[in-house]
Design a protein around this ligand. Sequence first.
Ligand code: PEP
Length: 274
Amino acid sequence: MRERIVAGNWKMNTTPQEGVKLACAVAEAIASTNWQTRASASSAESRRQTPSSADNVTVVICPPATHLAIIGEAVKSSSVELGAQNVHWADKGAYTSELSSAMLEAVGCKWVIIGHSERRSMFGETDETVNMRLRHIVKTDIRPIVCIGETLDKRQSEQTFAVLEQQLKVGLDGVELVGREGVVIAYEPVWAIGTGLNATPEQAQEAHRFIRGLLSKMYGKDIADNNVIQYGGSMNEKNANELMACQDVDGGLIGGASLRVDKFLPIIKAAYSQ
Ligand code: PEP
């Protein structure tokens, strides 16, 4: 059984104080359910073990960088895992405003988002820089969530698969650690992000199946079958169940709905219900 990973990308929202409150509320809400989470078991060794359905869901929150240390402290004894929204590929040096993997690890990050479409469209991220970040991060204990997805233009001109293939092939070039213990892929159609217009389950499944097929060609069927492919793009408490019920959808990367416990919790519940 594949893992299901539900990750909240808070983007540039909340103050540190609001963030601690939200993170604690998410952790407490999960703890008060009878669901079980895989408490902080993200070492490569534990990920390699075959999970049961009960301990197969991981919940991640990715607050702004200014909040990581304080939220890392606040959730460290809970089942919620901490992630960052970006990482640099160098170990250290003259890279004003950037964050290294060692800095992220030091404050308790186990995850990092790489190549989000907002980084690509507004801040010059390319498939090549995604690859540089990825080659670096797979040498650490931080697990990457690599975002790929087509714009509306590309979908309308029937280039979705070509875009996904290019992003995956260049982004993962030379990266060997995929499969259960490695790289998570988030399929995020750009036209669905923050628009309230999610992909239909059919559109999501078609793209996810294509991505898994590509991973299979690149790494072999066993690895592809075990690789988590999240869906992201206006996932909410109403559509999470039907999206996660798709055969190749293994959880979600959630923007807006992760900022409210009452909206995020039903999405987590949907992951447990599959
Ligand atoms: C995202 O930014 O990754 C995202 C999926 O946002 P939203 O859920 O708000 O569409």
